[in-house]
Design a protein around this ligand. Structure first.
Ligand code: SF4
Length: 257
């Protein structure tokens, strides 16, 4: 098996995996989706709420804010470990919006909302909200708020073959590709990045004599996006680690039988 990194930043990762079964890649995909532990607000103690928003709605909104989950929780944290964050907001003479950046933790400064700009509620003049929010470590298989990824997908690596680069439909082909990977170079049709092909097949329908799209065998593009709690690459590594541990556990049980 060979793995090549095609694109990576904190929020997303795209890799190419050759020589590995789709079943196993799909298992890895599902482990990344539902088994990687992250922090999410699960309990809220409302001390004061004079806003128009019901306590239950407020608690629900807080639960959906991605919370940065430092490595120590990812590697060794037990499900249910919790960190308290506090929100203490008051409006002055004018209406104002409370944003996620106002949720702070005195227990662990590294535990904070992944974005400081998520609106939580509107406060009219003199209204206030004061609460304690408990972020707990959990997994996506229990509730989507504990999902570290917003996307984890695999597709066969596309093979885009130009059969007639001088086609009269070159400009139409360039315009029809939704991911803009068909372009002109020296008046010839070229493919700029075949990995981005979505298999929509519009080009082949338009001009089957000039272009063909095929799927590779045992060669896949795997991509995932982070919601912001954990870096995309760390999600992949944690998902792979948990998958291997589960397989070893299963293997030892089968031995006992
Ligand atoms: S199949 Fe769709 S995405 Fe792929 S090259 Fe053709 S038009 Fe572009």
């Amino acid at each position: 098996m060979t793995v090549t990194k095609l694109a990576a930043d904190k929020a997303s990762l795209t890799i190419r995996i050759k020589g590995y079964d789709l079943d196993m890649i799909n298992a890895l995909r599902r482990f990344c989706l539902v088994e990687v532990p992250v922090l999410a607000i699960d309990d809220v103690v409302i001390l004061e709420n004079s806003s128009l928003m019901y306590d239950e709605v407020l608690a629900h909104r807080l639960g959906l804010i991605p919370i940065v989950t430092p490595h120590k929780y990812l590697e060794g944290g037990e499900d249910g470990v919790q960190v308290m964050l506090v929100l203490d907001a008051k409006a002055g003479a004018v209406t104002r919006t409370i944003y996620s950046g106002e949720l702070v933790s005195a227990e662990d400064r590294d535990v904070k909302p992944a974005s400081a700009e998520i609106p939580i509620a509107e406060l009219a003049p003199d209204q206030s909200i004061k609460l304690e929010a408990y972020a707990k470590l959990g997994r996506g298989k229990v509730h989507a708020k504990w999902q570290a990824t917003s996307k984890a997908v695999a597709k066969p690596t596309p093979i885009v073959t130009i059969k007639n680069a001088s086609t009269a439909k070159r400009e139409q082909l360039e315009g029809i590709c939704p991911v803009h990977i068909l372009a002109s170079k020296d008046s010839k049709l070229v493919v700029t990045n075949p990995f981005e092909c979505t298999y929509c097949m519009e080009c082949e329908k338009l001009d089957p004599d000039s272009i063909s799209i095929q799927e590779s065998k045992n060669d896949y593009i795997f991509s995932l996006e982070s919601v912001g709690s954990v870096d995309a690459e760390d999600i992949l590594m944690a998902g792979a680690d948990i998958m291997m541990k589960d397989f070893k556990d299963l293997h030892s049980r089968v031995d006992v039988i």
